[in-house]
Design a protein around this ligand. Structure first.
Ligand code: CP
Length: 359
C-alpha cells in the first residue's frame, strides 16, 4: 500500500505521473467524473485549513465520491483522549483513503504504521506538506512549461515553512534547479534540509539578505507567511514578522515571465497591488491544488494493491533508550510513539518521525 507522508515517498516517476494525470483532468474533466463513485475520503483536520481541506473535498466530489470527517478535532473523540493511531484504525472502517492534517510533527507517519487505508499527509506541524508540493510542481509546470533548470527563490519563513521544506525535497530530483534562500537569520532553512537534501542531492543553493539582489535572475519567487502559530517566543515573532514584503516596486525588477507562488494564506507579505500582475500565480495555484488532489486520490486508489507501488524501503530504525527527540512538537513527545531514530546524511542521529536532532 502507498501512503503519502513525505514527498520522497513518491518516486520521481510517480510524481510526474500524478502531475501528468492532473493535466489530463484539467483538459478532460468529464472523463473523470464518477471515477470514485461509491468511494469515500475521510478528512481528519486537527489544525485549521481552508485550501487543503476544501480542495480535497471538492476533488473527491468532482470524482463522484463522498467525504466524511472533522474540521476540528475537538468535536471528535480526540477530545476524550483518543490517539491518532486508534482514530485512523476506526476511520479506516468507514473510508477508503484518509487525508490528515496535524499540528504535531510525525503524527501521520505514526498513524500510517497501523492504517488499513492510504494516509495522505495534509500538513504536519512545520515538517512536511507533500500535497502542497504536488500543487506547486503542477503550477510551476503550467506557468513556465518546465520544472528542470529553474532558479527559484524562497522568501520569508524558511524555518517553519513546511511547504518550503517539502518543495525543496521534491525539486532535488529535477535537473539543474538552483535555489536562493531569502530569509532573516531567525527564519533560515533548517540544517537537516540543507544537509540531507541539498548537499545529498547536489542542489545548488545560496543564502541572501535582500529580495532586490536576486529578483532579476528568478524564474519562480515562492513567498511564505511568517507563521505566528509556530513561535514559542512572541518577541521573536514581532522582530521578524514584517521581514520581506513583495510590492509592485520589487516586481518591476523581475523577469517578464517570472511566476510568483505562495501556498497561502498570506498576511501582509504580498501587497494586494501585486494581485493584478499576470505573474501573480497564487490563485491559479489554489485551483491547481484541486486537480492535483484528484489525480493523487485516483493514483493511490489504483496503486493500493499493486506491488510495484509501495512505500520506499528506509534503513532500519535505531532504538536508543539513552536519547530523546529534541522537538516538543513531535509525536514521540506527545503520544506514546516509540523513541526511534535514523542516521541523517551528516551522520547525526535524528528522530524517525520529525527529523529533529536528539538531546
Ligand atoms: N496552503 C495551505 O495549506 O492552505 P490551508 O492552510 O488553508 O489548507
Amino acid at each position: 500500500m502507498k501512503h503519502l507522508i513525505d514527498p520522497m515517498d513518491l518516486t520521481k516517476e510517480e510524481t510526474d505521473e500524478i502531475i501528468s494525470l492532473a493535466e489530463d483532468i484539467i483538459a478532460h474533466r468529464e472523463r473523470y467524473q464518477g471515477s470514485m463513485s461509491h468511494r469515500k475520503l475521510a478528512t481528519l483536520f486537527y489544525e485549521p485549513s481552508t485550501r487543503t481541506r476544501l480542495s480535497f473535498t471538492s476533488a473527491m466530489m468532482e470524482l463522484g465520491g463522498n467525504v466524511l470527517g472533522f474540521s476540528d478535532a475537538k468535536n471528535s473523540s480526540v477530545s476524550k483522549g483518543e490517539t491518532v493511531q486508534d482514530t485512523v484504525r476506526v476511520v479506516g472502517c468507514f473510508a477508503e483513503v484518509i487525508a490528515m492534517r496535524h499540528y504535531i510533527e510525525g503524527a501521520q507517519l505514526y498513524a500510517s504504521e497501523v492504517s488499513s487505508v492510504p494516509i495522505i499527509n495534509a500538513g504536519d506541524g512545520s515538517h512536511s506538506h507533500p500535497t502542497q508540493t504536488l500543487t506547486d510542481l503542477l503550477t510551476i509546470k503550467r506557468e513556465l512549461g518546465r520544472i528542470d533548470g529553474i532558479t527559484i527563490g524562497f522568501c520569508g519563513d524558511l524555518r517553519f515553512g513546511r511547504t518550503v521544506h517539502s518543495l525543496i525535497k521534491a525539486l532535488s530530483r529535477y535537473s539543474g534547479v538552483q535555489v536562493v534562500l531569502i530569509a532573516p537569520d531567525e527564519l533560515k532553512l533548517p540544517d537537516y534540509i540543507k544537509q540531507d537534501v541539498c548537499d545529498k542531492y547536489g542542489v545548488k543553493y545560496r543564502e541572501v539578505q535582500t529580495m532586490e539582489e536576486v529578483m532579476p535572475e528568478l524564474d519562480v519567487l515562492y513567498m511564505t507567511r511568517v507563521q505566528k502559530e509556530r513561535f514559542l517566543d512572541e518577541d521573536e515573532f514581532d522582530r521578524v514578522k514584517d521581514s520581506f514584503v513583495l510590492d509592485a516596486r520589487r516586481m518591476a525588477l523581475a523577469k517578464k515571465n517570472m511566476a510568483v507562488l505562495h501556498p497561502l494564506p498570506r498576511v501582509n507579505e504580498i501587497l494586494t497591488e501585486v494581485d493584478s500582475d499576470p505573474r501573480a500565480a497564487y490563485f491559479r495555484q489554489v485551483e491547481n491544488g484541486k486537480f492535483v488532489r484528484e489525480a493523487l486520490i485516483l493514483k493511490l486508489h489504483e496503486w493500493k494493491n499493486d506491488p510495484a507501488h509501495t512505500m520506499p524501503q528506509h534503513e532500519r530504525p535505531v532504538y536508543d533508550a539513552s536519547v530523546r527527540c529534541s522537538n516538543p512538537k513531535c509525536i514521540c513527545n506527545n503520544e506514546h510513539a516509540p523513541y526511534k531514530f535514523h542516521y541523517g546524511d551528516g551522520g547525526q542521529l535524528r528522530c524517525w518521525y520529525c527529523d529533529s536532532k536528539v538531546r
